[in-house]
Design a protein around this ligand. Structure first.
Ligand code: RUQ
Ligand code: CUA
Length: 652
């Protein structure tokens, strides 16, 4: 057995090197049906049918595309600073990137998931995980802005995240790496039996989507790779794939591939929630950031939270079970009915599908095959619903079309395979270009998928696009899945590495989309809501400019009395109340990005005048025929100058 595993491991490695050679360019062309172009063509002025929110991987962001066109509409900054939008540069959003490690301007984002009501995507929020410095973010789909980020303590490589339950009761975040909990100075070699894997259940406020860590389940020291919620009959449960049940701490590619089966952990979160509501669990001292953006003040605040409630799973008998699953499973996907749990064993020749009903039966009859650290292990045969035999090599993720079919990606054999739930037979397979990771069907993680397209997200593209030096784009591919056979329609490049994506019919989101921020409701402490409110105020070496912008001038546009050594705050309010009229502002020598300010919004940047002179600032967004006239000057005098502050607009 060990030998087969080693062969599979080598295959995995080889695939990474050579998977691009498994199709020549002639067969690539043959993959396209002649009318494919028409089916992805969205004529000028027409709208796409779906939104696709595609994770930016190591860019830390979330990209918004239209389907079927593949057109990119916006990159929403989430975990990384973005000079284009001033996110993480302006004073208002800097607190969003605060963590217990201080200001962190980057992360690695993997799994967006859309909020749900009654098991159907409702288009209110997207949640997405930061892997590296564990965090979960909330993006508000009225503004397409990141409005909340919560850090996840006791976690490391926050990968089995961020998936929501069927009424968005919880967004769940699981650790990939197990670590000492609490962190302490200890030998790495003592990993086994001592490290813990924290699975965090973050309660969502139904009113505003706000997040709060309700409890963490401290599991054995395995790796928790992916997760999905139960739904329908399995609502109240959550499923996590594990690997490295060997608890190895070195040469993982070999040492964590020894066991014939790892587990899917089934967690009855409702039961644990009840336990916790009745006073169960232990408060543990810790330190993590909770950052919230307030749409009224246009500003974020960061609060440090000092404790978290942890639960030892053996203290809640009947709440946690292990389902043996071959071998090092990656994806953990639940079908729309909630009955089937698919474990994609990366090193397994077959796909394993567990039955929720059988799982409950086995639990009821206490048919256990033993335990791991006190957590009952069920018998593989008792919970098995079926096996898809030899579907391909290197299965990663599965999605569902809502019509009884499942679609699984195979990294090594570079393909998407369609199979039938219940009969487990393979119906179709189509190549991907190349080495596909996740795939997405709009509404795929819900009781109601919109099974018109599947989007495959590829890790390698080598010869598929014009070359761009050593760094090559990654890509997504769109397939029509309305027929018996899948049809490849379109390839398009993506931002960073597209891990997962979440899709939704456009009409659900579009109708709530905000057009402007109301100036009347602007409660930013430095807002100037009319030209009469504009002023420049000195407070020691700090100078605060209360500035407005409207087509096509700044007020004030002439400022004198600023001195070398001052710290100058530009607090700038866009007075426009029309859709699609942002203005930008930047200052020569400013050590930050421009501000791109939406109608009704106030933003701030800091400028340190370093040299005597008269220095210009200007609007950075082409806003009207007189955009080039939208400019101003700041006079900077020597530090010793006695010149009083003065400001004006339209005075000669
Ligand atoms: S992963 S390619 Cu970070 Cu979701 Cu599976
Ligand atoms: Cu305002 Cu250009």
């Amino acid at each position: 057995m060990k030998k087969t595993i080693n062969i599979l491991v080598s295959l995995l490695i080889l695939a990474g090197l050579s998977s691009c050679n498994n199709s020549d360019s002639t067969s690539n062309k043959g993959a396209l049906n002649s009318n494919a172009a028409e089916r992805v063509y969205v004529a000028p002025g027409e709208l796409d049918e779906f939104y696709a929110f595609v994770s930016g991987g190591f860019s830390g962001q979330l990209a918004v595309y239209g389907l079927p066109s593949g057109r990119l509409f916006k990159v929403i900054p989430v975990f990384s600073q973005d000079a284009e939008k001033a996110y993480g540069y302006n004073e208002e959003t800097k607190p969003m990137l605060n963590t217990s490690y201080g200001f962190i301007p980057w992360d690695d984002s993997h799994h967006p998931d859309i909020s749900q009501t009654n098991g159907v995507v409702d288009g209110r929020y997207v949640y997405i995980n930061a892997n590296n410095t564990p965090r979960i973010a909330k993006i508000d789909l009225t503004t397409f802005e990141t409005t909340e980020i919560i850090e996840v303590p006791n976690s490391a490589g926050n990968h089995s995240s961020s998936f929501v339950t069927e009424n968005t009761e919880y967004v769940v975040a699981g650790t990939r790496f197990s670590v000492p909990v609490p962190q302490r100075d200890m030998s790495i070699k003592e990993y086994k039996g001592n490290f813990k894997g924290a699975l965090s259940f973050i309660k969502v406020n139904p009113e505003d989507g706000g997040m709060e860590i309700k409890f963490q389940v401290l599991m054995p020291g395995f790796n928790y790779d992916l997760s999905h919620p139960g739904r329908g009959k399995s609502h109240g449960w959550f499923f996590f794939t594990t690997y490295n049940t060997e608890e190895a701490n070195t040469l993982m590619e070999v040492n964590s591939s020894q066991n014939d089966k790892d587990f899917i952990a089934a967690i009855n979160w409702k039961m644990i929630e009840e336990y916790v509501n009745n006073g169960g669990g232990t408060m543990m001292p810790t330190n993590y950031a909770h950052n919230v953006y307030d749409e009224k003040t246009h500003s974020a605040t960061s609060t440090m939270i000092k404790e978290v409630l942890v639960v030892n799973p053996v203290d809640v008998p009947g709440a946690v079970f292990f389902l043996p699953t071959p071998k090092s499973p990656h994806g953990c996907d639940v079908d729309p009915s909630g009955e089937y749990i698919v474990g994609n064993g990366k090193l397994s020749a077959n796909l394993t599908v567990h039955s929720f009903t059988k799982m409950l039966d086995a639990i009821e009859n206490e048919k256990f095959a033993g335990d791991a650290y006190g957590i009952p292990i069920l018998n593989f045969e008792d919970v098995l619903a079926g096996v898809v035999e030899q579907p391909g090599l290197g299965p990663l993720h599965t999605e569902f079309d809502g019509k009884g079919n499942a679609y699984t990606t195979f990294f090594i054999s570079s393909e998407v395979v369609k199979w039938k739930i219940g009969t487990w037979e393979v119906i179709d397979r189509k190549p991907t270009y190349y080495s596909v990771g996740h795939l997405m069907i709009p509404g795929g993680n819900s009781a109601k998928p919109f099974g018109k397209y599947v989007l495959a997200m590829n890790k390698i593209t080598k010869d598929r696009y014009l070359s761009t030096g050593p760094e090559v784009t990654q890509s997504a591919q769109l397939y029509d899945i309305t027929g018996e056979k899948m049809e490849l329609l379109l390839d398009f490049p993506t931002i960073g590495e597209p891990h997962y994506a979440a899709g939704i019919p456009a009409e659900i989101v579009m109708k709530n989309s905000k057009k402007i921020y109301s100036l009347e409701e602007n409660e930013h402490p430095y807002a100037a809501k009319t030209d009469a409110d504009t002023k420049v105020v000195r407070n020691g070496k700090e100078v605060h400019i209360y500035m407005t912008m409207i087509r096509s001038h700044f007020s004030p546009d002439n400022i004198e009395g600023v001195k070398v050594g001052d710290k100058v705050y530009f607090h700038v309010t866009n007075l426009e109340q029309d859709y699609d009229v942002p203005h930008g502002v930047s200052m020569i020598g400013a050590n930050t990005s421009e501000l791109l300010i939406m109608p009704g919004q106030t933003e701030t940047f800091i400028w340190y005048p370093k040299r005597v002179g008269v220095w210009p600032f200007y609007c950075t967004d082409f806003c009207s025929a007189l955009h080039q006239e939208m400019q101003g000057y700041v006079r900077v005098s020597p530090a010793s100058s006695n010149l009083e502050l003065s400001w004006s607009l339209g005075e000669d």
